[in-house]
Design a protein around this ligand. Structure first.
Ligand code: NAD
Length: 491
């Protein structure tokens, strides 16, 4: 299978004809070839998106007309759910039930923002009451412009949907650059936008590497906004590239999110949510609760239960029945995760469970679910994102200490707290310096609620109405009552 770029409503190979191999991480074998887009391709795509924005019908359509097409994109994704999920499994490695969940969420994201486009139009301009009644003022929203969307590999279609759906609903045009590790469902998304009747040039796809296609997109003068999800170092580069033209920017970056478990928690529920918080999607989750703080009386029994349950997790290829932990996405990420585990051991953390390739799995980037305890607070594994199924657990004695340790991080994407005392949960939730806090759970994500981080975890919010406003300009229109006299110069 060979995929192409989608630019200005047409499919074409990359300039120069280069491709790159797309690898199935369960088989460690290529299964497709994707077009290796260059700066030249990005330039063509941005110019197409620019024309579609400046002169095309899309930004000028009514919210209702746009909603019909955005909704059709969601419907076509839903209709192809099984096929797209299987493709995501092949590309990313995740277990099929997780991929089905992702694709369902992606479809819903388009439906949700189609509704929002209609609701925004129905609401009309927002009147702004002024202190000086000789003036009337209103706010109107306009599409922001050409969006360069750069996404990672952990939720390939879903991360694209979080940007493409609100941007289209708001009336923007787009150039999407998926991760070079997982380009396949983005290619299908392009086909779907075509089938849904999106005007040409409104959605463009450039597959390729970060340095060759991502960087030229982030720095292209024809782009009005860069919407980026990925790692902190790349986010910083993207921000620098966008700074030259003062582009709008949103950054959804990494994290090292804490999960504070008080001793009055039900141990079974704690184990379940800790596991969901770090083993779901092989721990390749920006908001993964990878630092667990457990109140001392529960610490030893919880570690024991956690290790016992981690040992039971079925590991295997994403299409195998009953699998709960698939392979890591790529050889490079696999080496990073194994390297981090070695580093944790060398730094003095106690390996409670896992830490190696599972027995009998010689092919595929598989690693056991891994539990570290008594992890030095200054260690790399406690402080930095591993992006794999590796959890670090430490004890605490007081609520004040738990909050201090939880907040002692350069990141602030998410956090979780568990206790039967709901007042305490609320207190801790208020004290955590993070954009998302879960009480008595970890990770459930809703299209309706804002998503984004404090500190080094990012800038801006996706999802909900915040994710829609991220693609709209705010324009103030203020009128003077012409029956009145201003009387400054002309008395
Ligand atoms: P990455 O930063 O390596 O790559 C992300 C994207 O940026 C890819 O498409 C890549 O090709 C592109 N890219 C690379 N170099 C670039 C450059 N110089 N200019 C422009 N684009 C460039 O991240 P990744 O490994 O794909 O994803 C993992 C990271 O993403 C983790 O740190 C994770 O926490 C983060 N993440 C965050 C969220 C969130 O919502 N906050 C969600 C998913 C993933």
């Amino acid at each position: 299978m060979k995929t192409e770029l989608f630019i200005d409503g047409a499919w074409r190979p990359a300039t120069g004809g280069a491709t790159f191999a797309v690898i199935d991480p369960s088989a460690e074998a290529p299964f497709a070839e994707a077009a290796r887009g260059t700066a030249e391709d990005v330039d063509l795509a941005v110019k197409a998106a620019r024309r579609a924005f400046d002169d095309g019908p899309w930004p000028r359509m009514s919210g209702r007309e746009r909603a019909a097409i955005v909704r059709a994109v969601g419907r076509l994704i839903a209709e192809r759910k099984e096929e797209l999920a299987a493709l995501e499994v092949r590309d990313n490695g995740k277990p099929l039930p997780e991929a089905l969940w992702d694709i369902g969420d992606a479809a819903y994201c388009f439906e949700y923002y189609a509704d929002m486009a209609e609701a925004a139009e129905a609401a009309g301009p927002m009147p702004i009451p002024l202190g000086d009644t000789r003036f009337t003022s209103k706010v109107v929203h306009e599409p922001l412009g050409v969006v360069g969307a750069i996404v990672p590999w952990n939720y390939p279609l879903l991360m694209a949907a979080w940007k493409v759906a609100p941007a289209l609903a708001a009336g923007c045009t787009i150039v999407l650059k998926p991760s070079e590790l997982t380009p396949m469902t983005a290619v299908e998304l392009a086909r779907i936008t075509e089938a849904a009747g999106l005007p040409k040039g409104v959605f463009n796809l450039v597959t390729g590497y970060g340095a060759e296609a991502g960087a030229p997109l982030a720095g292209h003068p024809g782009v009005d906004k860069v919407a980026f999800t990925g790692s902190v170092p790349t986010g910083s580069k993207v921000m620098q590239a966008a700074a030259a033209d003062i582009k709008a920017i949103s950054l959804e970056l990494g994290g090292k999110s804490p999960f504070v478990v008080f001793a009055d928690s039900d141990i079974e529920k704690a184990v379940e949510w800790i596991m969901f918080g770090i083993f779901w999607n092989q721990g390749q989750v920006c908001s993964a609760t990878s630092r667990i703080l457990v109140e001392r009386p529960l610490y030893a029994p919880l570690l024991e239960r956690l290790a016992a349950e981690a040992a039971k997790i079925t590991i295997g290829g994403g299409m195998e029945a009953g699998v709960l932990l698939g392979p890591i996405v790529s050889e490079g990420q696999y080496a990073k995760v194994l390297g981090a585990i070695e580093r944790g051991k060398a730094e003095g953390a106690r390996l409670v469970w896992g830490g190696k390739r599972p027995a009998g799995r010689d092919t595929g980037y598989f690693v056991e679910p891994t539990v570290f305890a008594e992890v030095p607070l200054s260690s790399w594994v406690w402080r930095e994102e591993i992006f794999g199924p590796v959890v670090c657990v430490n004890p605490f004695d007081t609520e004040e200490e738990a909050v201090r340790l939880a907040n002692d991080s350069p990141y602030g994407l998410a956090g979780a707290v568990m206790s039967d005392d709901l007042d305490r949960c609320e207190r801790v939730a208020a004290a955590l310096r993070a954009g998302i806090v879960w009480i008595n759970c970890s990770q459930p994500t809703f299209t309706e609620a804002p998503w984004g981080g404090y500190k080094r975890s990012g800038i801006g919010r996706e999802l909900g109405r915040w994710g829609f406003d991220a693609y709209r300009q705010v324009k103030q229109v203020t009128a003077f009552d012409r029956t009145q006299k201003w009387g400054w110069y002309l008395k």
